[in-house]
Design a protein around this ligand. Structure first.
Ligand code: HAM
Length: 435
């Protein structure tokens, strides 16, 4: 028997509603704040990632699914969404369309990490980017957006950690300082960090090895070594978060994040229920990437949230998400089938707003399933039960002649009762808590 690849999971119909609801909330929230969706391919040239995330980072050196195609091109499954979006932004000259592109994406990412709780090889992100501005307002907006989204998902106990890496000059100068500090402690650092020390010293700050963490504890802090401009920028971001958006955060002076493209503000959101893999999301500013990809010299900032981790943090609350009630319509006879079809449409229109009269997004409160078979009522009721029906409407030709339908509430197990057909839509709404 075939199985899905370890670390890559099927999302089955039983669990998909929560995904759809979460995605719908994200779409409405982001679209209504002026962000437009962008969908880039899942495969990119490997250089798109190695040149941006950095060819000494763990993601690029250890975690990418990379292969050479028949034409000899090096391709990789995307480990994240930012680099492909910058590639698309430059390729399609999106800066000509608007001075600030607010973009969002939802989709699978791939990293070949050792699977464990909260860490998989195919996982999903919701991300947003503002490309076209270096203003601190944008950093504050993007962090506030991230915080608002998590609240809309029903999360409360998360913590936003904030730091600044400064501009490229700051990063280079600080790297030198850090290298000096670490040089004398070389023999205590892990093998990976000894390597990092030469190639990409800042990465040592990100190491999870116990000994390295201890050594790094007393190292100089990057945010204390910023140039005037970067210090001022960071100060404004913090002020705006507090006073414009009322977003709480803590400064995390050792945080550098695992991707090299960041300059200036970086942030990460953690949640206590996530255990070892405690980051719900993260992001930051990457002011050099658009230019490095051949585009204009414009700043950018963004975030990504890990959807699987949101579900872990939600725990049982996840079940509250989008579990629309199933209304099963059992029919006995030809007239009942015709009436049933009409009733199903009325139910969807009334409770879901579908078909949407003006093309707006609709809510999925009610799912209707019309039984077209000529099976006995008993067998149709059994089928309703197995499909998880919340309410069953029973239509028989005799009842229809008297303008009546029977309702069976499957939750409270009361006996079925007859009502006027004209009251069925309201009655179903009441039973499902929709009015
Ligand atoms: P990242 O921190 O690498 O940032 O990933 C963002 C989030 O994706 C993480 O906080 C986590 O929730 C989730 N995630 C990452 N790896 C895994 C995994 N193996 N399994 C499950 N979830 C995972 C980025 O990807 C940047 N592109 C964010 C960004 C956007 N920066 C600027 N704009």
């Amino acid at each position: 028997m075939y199985k899905s690849i370890r670390g890559m999971e099927d999302i089955l119909p039983g669990g998909i509603r929560a995904w759809q609801s979460l995605e719908r909330i994200a779409r409405i929230e982001l679209e209504s704040n002026g962000y437009s969706e962008i969908r880039t391919p899942i495969l990119e040239e490997t250089a798109v990632f190695s040149r941006s995330i950095g060819d000494t980072t763990d993601i690029v050196t250890k975690e990418m699914y990379t292969f050479v195609d028949k034409k000899g091109r090096g391709l990789s499954l995307r480990p994240e969404g930012t680099a492909p979006i910058v590639r698309a932004y430059v390729e399609h000259s999106l800066h000509r369309i608007s001075n600030q592109s607010r973009l969002y994406y939802i989709g699978p990412m791939f990293r070949s990490e050792r699977p464990q709780k909260g860490r998989s090889r195919q996982f999903h992100q919701i991300g947003a980017e503002i490309i076209g501005s270096s203003e601190p307002q944008m950093d504050a907006e993007i962090i506030a957006r991230l915080s608002d989204l998590l609240k809309l998902f029903g999360l409360e106990a998360f913590q936003i950690k904030l730091n600044s890496l400064g501009c490229k000059d700051d990063k280079d100068k600080f790297s030198g300082k850090l290298k000096n500090y670490l040089k004398g402690k070389k023999n205590k650092l892990c093998a990976d960090c000894n390597n990092r020390l030469e190639k990409n010293c800042l990465r040592v700050l990100d190491c999870k090895n116990e000994e390295c963490v201890k050594i790094v504890k007393d190292s100089p802090d990057i945010a204390d070594n910023l140039c005037g401009r970067c210090g001022e920028h960071f100060g404004k971001v913090k002020m705006m978060l507090e006073s414009y958006f009322g977003v709480q955060f803590v400064e995390s002076k050792k945080m550098v994040r695992g991707l090299d493209y960041y300059t200036g503000t970086v942030f990460e959101v953690t949640h206590p229920d996530l255990g070892g893999q405690d980051a719900l999301g993260g992001g930051g500013r990457y002011d050099n990437l658009v230019k490095e990809f051949g585009g204009p010299n414009v700043g950018a900032v963004g975030f990504a949230i890990g959807i699987e981790r949101v579900f872990i943090a939600l725990g049982d609350k996840k079940d509250l998400f989008g579990s629309p009630g199933l209304v099963y319509i059992a029919t006995l006879g030809g007239d009942a089938k015709i009436k049933g079809r009409k009733l199903a449409e009325e139910l969807r229109l009334r409770w879901n707003g579908f078909p949407p009269p003006d093309g707006r997004l609709y809510n999925l409160n009610v799912v209707t399933l019309l039984d077209w078979t000529d099976a006995s009522l008993r067998s149709q009721m059994r089928s309703a039960d197995r499909n998880g029906a919340r309410v069953v409407i029973i239509l028989g030709d005799d009842e229809i002649k008297q303008n009546k339908a029977a309702i069976k509430d499957m939750e409270n197990k009361e006996p079925q009762f007859l009502i006027d057909i004209g009251s069925v839509v309201d009655e179903v709404g009441k039973r499902m808590g929709l009015c």
